[in-house]
Design a protein around this ligand. Structure first.
Ligand code: H79
Length: 572
């Protein structure tokens, strides 16, 4: 049988694009010389944790998304409503979160099955959520609250066995002279020298958050590296090295890769083979509290996303935005509780797992622990037979909820067929465990390394690059083009009901494509499905089409058309 192992090389494409601008200069960087064993030991708790709570809390929770006649802002309100510095600083007087209870928050995370928390210690607005000697623009000195919530959270996390991490906006700071603003300053009070800001505010504050909270932070989460250079990033290195166990994300800038890739608001098509990664997502449409935004994701959706992230080897950092009174909004608590109910029964299929061997399963996802697969069945088979595209010998199959009750299995070609009960134990995600022997052997994706053609081709960006299983190489149309097509010949008529593609990383404002998937139908092209992407590709399921030649037609692209990886699959 034709088999493969995914080798999508270290996918740089999903990082914030500005990271590309600088050449890596890491000689001085933390963890440069650690061995694989040291790294595995340092990353161990994080890799096992899989599920965390992101908390965006700051003085922006006071306006709660409203400014004059607009009500759809979030943690960016100071910038998106162009509020002058002095006026924004006035919100501190009304920031008195007396209902804040660190223990209660930690318990909400714990009940959801989350193993770690990452909270904003300072967001782009420059307001510190901790007692700071560096700047009195902080929750302890500038508000009536006069408490340090990070201290209280650190104590509660320690007590409850939850890891605590700090987000810190190192470059953007709209509340201090010289801080960066990715969309430009709007108040002359912000103008000043960026390096002086780094030396006088960002570096000393990072020192404070790294030294004043006992065993924490376990994670340091930088953001928007826009104006950082290798020299500027290096200003933080000596500090970071004082905490040898610290896990640092990839957003410091200046070419520093950090420990984790951080796709934001999307789950990458194939994860990041060879890299640790964590997708962060909102529970509604905003990170910071926005009173008008009640567009909550359902618990069902979150559970399936958690399974998807786990099936691709990542972590899921799910955000809540507490109010200015200090409460996590009630709908969030309710939804998280439902996720927790599922986790109570099924967490073995999440914690400590690695990604599964399949690029696609029509009925769900699969995570893995050594020689055990956890099959996350989202569409329960109506005929009582689950089809698993695996050529290995299988020694046991059972529902996770009834481990002692063996399910009947048989092998048919390259498939394992599992007889399952008539009704799903869980309507959203039922987990079946499957023990197998040897290394997983799965079918080769139909389009992998097949012959490709394209409308035009930028030098060195050949059509085959979109089918080579390597997301760090891409096809791109000629410079100046804003539409085009990529064609693949599968070699024989093949049943297809799913397509996904990823896009090469470029300037974030220039990404996004409108596309149609088509198949050759005699002399003409017939459209299967249409869609649009925002820089991170897209995926679509559709009724089965049997055809040999498929084409992704890019109807319009903000920059030249491009695809770093395209995949087609059919039902098992
Ligand atoms: O902290 C969260 C975001 O505030 C931060 N990263 C996550 C974890 C982030 N900073 N910059 N960006 C994300 C990318 C830029 C987003 C923007 Fe916009 C699009 C800025 C202006 C348009 C979103 C929509 C924010 C304001 C309006």
């Amino acid at each position: 049988m034709n088999t493969f192992r995914m080798t999508v090389a270290c996918g740089l494409i999903a990082m914030l694009p500005s990271i590309f601008s600088a050449v890596a200069q890491e000689t001085n960087a933390p963890n440069q010389n650690e061995t694989k064993e040291q790294r595995d030991a340092r990353m161990k708790w994080w890799r096992e944790a899989k599920f965390g709570m992101f908390i965006h809390w700051g003085v922006y929770s006071v306006p709660a998304g409203k400014y004059k006649d607009t009500d759809n802002h979030g943690e960016w309100i100071m910038c998106t409503a162009k509020i002058p510095m002095a006026e924004y600083k006035d919100y501190t007087k009304r920031f008195n979160p007396v209902k804040f209870n660190a223990e209660a928050w930690v318990k909400i995370a714990k009940a959801a099955g989350q193993k770690y928390i990452v909270i904003t210690s300072k967001h782009h607005d420059g307001f510190a959520m901790f007692q700071s000697k560096t700047s009195d623009y902080n929750i302890y000195d500038a508000t009536p609250f006069k408490r340090d919530p990070l201290k209280e959270l650190a104590a509660a996390c320690e007590k409850e066995g939850i890891k605590l991490g700090f987000y810190y906006s190192q470059a953007q700071d709209w509340g201090h002279v010289g801080g960066a603003a990715s969309r430009g300053h709007w108040d002359p009070a912000q103008d000043g020298d960026f390096d002086a800001y780094l030396d006088k505010v960002a570096v000393p504050q990072v020192k404070e958050i790294l030294t004043n909270y006992g065993q924490f932070p376990a994670v340091l989460w930088f953001d928007t590296p826009a104006t950082m250079t290798p020299e500027r990033a290096a200003k933080f290195f000596p500090l970071l090295k004082t905490r040898p166990d610290l896990i640092i994300n990839n957003r410091l800038g200046g070419g520093f890769k950090g420990d984790t890739e951080t796709p934001e608001q999307f789950i990458p098509a194939n994860g990041f083979p060879g890299r640790d990664w964590e997708t962060c997502m909102t529970l509604n449409g905003h990170w910071g509290y926005c009173q008008s935004d009640t567009n909550w994701k359902s618990a069902d959706d979150l559970i399936r996303k958690l399974a998807e992230v786990a099936s691709k080897g990542g972590n899921y950092l799910l955000n809540v935005g507490p109010t200015s009174e200090g409460e996590i909004p009630a709908p969030c608590v309710e939804i998280l509780k439902k996720v927790g109910d599922w986790m109570k029964v099924n967490s073995e299929s999440i914690y400590g797992t690695t990604g599964g061997p399949f690029s696609y399963l029509s009925w769900g996802r699969a995570s893995r622990k050594d020689h055990k697969l956890f099959l996350h069945v989202h569409q329960w088979p109506a005929n009582g037979v689950l089809r698993v595209p695996l050529a290995n010998k299988v020694s046991n199959a059972a529902l996770l909820v009834s481990p002692g009750k063996k399910l009947e299995t048989k092998t048919e070609g390259n498939l394992v067929l599992i007889s399952v009960p008539a009704t799903a134990p869980d309507a959203v995600d039922s987990v079946i465990t499957l023990d197998f022997e040897g290394d997983p052997v799965v079918p080769t994706p139909p389009a992998l390394n097949k012959s490709a053609k394209a409308s035009s081709c930028q030098k060195g960006a050949k059509p085959e690059h979109a089918l080579d299983g390597n997301a760090s190489t891409a096809w791109q149309g000629e410079k100046g083009t804003t539409n085009g097509w990529l064609e693949v010949d599968l070699g024989k008529p093949t049943q297809i009901n799913f397509m996904s593609f990823e896009e090469p990383g470029r300037d974030k404002d220039k990404r996004g494509q409108k596309y149609e998937l088509q198949y050759r139908d005699g002399e003409k092209w017939t459209t299967v499905v249409k869609g649009s992407s925002g820089g991170h590709g897209d995926a679509k399921t559709f009724p089965v089409v049997t055809a040999q030649v498929f084409r992704l037609e890019i109807k319009s692209a903000k920059d030249r058309p491009g695809v770093s990886e395209m995949q087609l699959f059919g039902p098992e």
